[in-house]
Design a protein around this ligand. Structure first.
Ligand code: SF4
Length: 379
């Protein structure tokens, strides 16, 4: 069982906070799709092509900028190269690209999960983020999404924006909940150097929200979503029961995945061997000019101990936590006495749950998940 991620590196304009790889010039879109099809075909003899592909995730960038012909080329190449038996096919889209016709058309390719970059319904905040859409477009896109027949969809929200009061955030959440979404991803605004926002913060033009404000926003998000039956299952992800994202959950469980397109990451871990992780050339120009042998910009081999620590980091950020037996069987990893003592102490502090052979974080623990995992693995 494996997944495929495809990175579409084009956006209409640069959101102020974004540090993903994308271009705002569109003229290389056709050469990119041609190259992507060639990259897909190049995996025809890779062992991953013998596995069943259960999930496909088309992200970016802005995949909804692709034409239907371009999407068809990509899905046809995937179908010809891999054993596709997808149980989830997600496509990211921005509200300003979405119409009822668009949603109907993408379903003909097997897309059964839409991921909508809403972020906020507040005009000032959307402008501060330099998003390409306005609140009306977000509402219209969600109306169309509600009427389209997707088994599931998700919408992204960003909290912790400078100047965003709890009232504004509360209104954002209420507006989204009015559509009864099955899944929501909520992220705190992060300031990355090199982005427009990062430069504004460096120049002192923008002051980021305080840690306390961000923590209060996070609590508000979690509380309001929980009241609506949308429960946190990962630090930034919330879903109704059974609507958790399969593709992303499989990343956290170390299933194999192939990342295609510029800057995409892959993980291939054959049983009982070291895991291989690589990243494609980041720049589209380099990606277009490479033969597929040399498309990897970075590559690393991870031993079992490194994989085990990563599994702890990823698994403990989820409500499922990690199984002690699984850590032993798959990774040869056993908690030391001092780690066990520390886990018991954190259980007494109501940060950790130890039940049967599973270790997970409480909702208090999830608030500080990264800090706790760091303490655990350095014990
Ligand atoms: S649309 Fe998404 S990928 Fe593109 S710049 Fe904005 S946040 Fe980044």
């Amino acid at each position: 069982m494996a997944g495929i991620y495809i990175h579409i590196p084009f956006c209409k304009q640069a959101c102020s906070y974004c540090d993903f790889y994308f271009l705002t010039k569109q003229e290389l879109r056709s050469p990119f799709v041609e190259a992507l099809v060639e990259e897909i075909k190049s995996f025809g003899s890779h062992p991953i092509s013998d596995e069943t592909i259960e999930t496909i995730y088309i992200g970016g960038g802005t995949p909804s900028l692709l034409t239907m012909d371009q999407l068809e080329c990509i899905f046809t190449a995937l179908d010809k190269t891999f054993h596709l038996k997808p149980i989830e096919v997600t496509l990211e889209m921005n509200p300003d690209d979405v119409t009822p016709e668009y949603l109907n058309q993408i379903q003909t390719f097997g897309v059964d999960r839409a991921s909508m970059g809403v972020q906020s319904f507040d005009d000032d905040i959307l402008r501060f983020m330099h998003r390409a859409h306005d609140p009306k477009e977000a509402l219209k896109a969600l109306e169309a999404l509600q009427l389209a027949n997707f088994p599931s969809y998700t919408a992204d929200l960003i909290y912790g924006n400078p100047g965003q009061s709890e009232e504004i955030l509360s209104r954002d959440i209420d507006q989204l909940l009015a559509f009864n979404p099955p899944h929501i991803s909520a992220y705190s605004l992060t300031v990355e150097s090199g982005t427009r926002l990062g430069k504004e913060v460096e120049r002192g033009v923008v002051t980021p929200a305080s840690d306390d404000t961000v923590a209060n926003h996070f609590d508000l998000v979690r509380e309001k979503l929980s009241e609506s039956g949308i429960e946190q299952y990962e630090v930034s992800n919330f879903a109704k029961p059974g609507k958790e994202a399969i593709h992303n959950s499989n990343y956290w469980r170390h299933h194999n995945y192939l990342g295609l397109g510029p800057s995409a990451h892959s993980l291939y871990w054959p049983d009982d061997e070291k895991a291989e992780r690589w990243k494609n050339q980041s720049s589209l120009k380099d990606y277009l000019n490479q033969d597929w042998e040399n498309v990897r910009e970075e590559q690393e081999t991870l031993n079992l101990h490194e994989m085990a620590e990563e599994r702890l980091m990823l698994g403990l950020r989820t409500k499922w936590g990690v199984s002690v037996n699984h850590l032993m069987d798959r990774y040869g990893y056993r908690f030391s006495d001092s780690q066990m003592k520390w886990l018991q102490f954190q259980a007494d502090e109501n940060n950790v749950i130890i039940k049967d052979d599973t270790i997970s974080f409480t909702s208090d623990g999830l608030r500080i998940a990264d800090h706790l995992v760091f303490q655990l693995i350095t014990k």
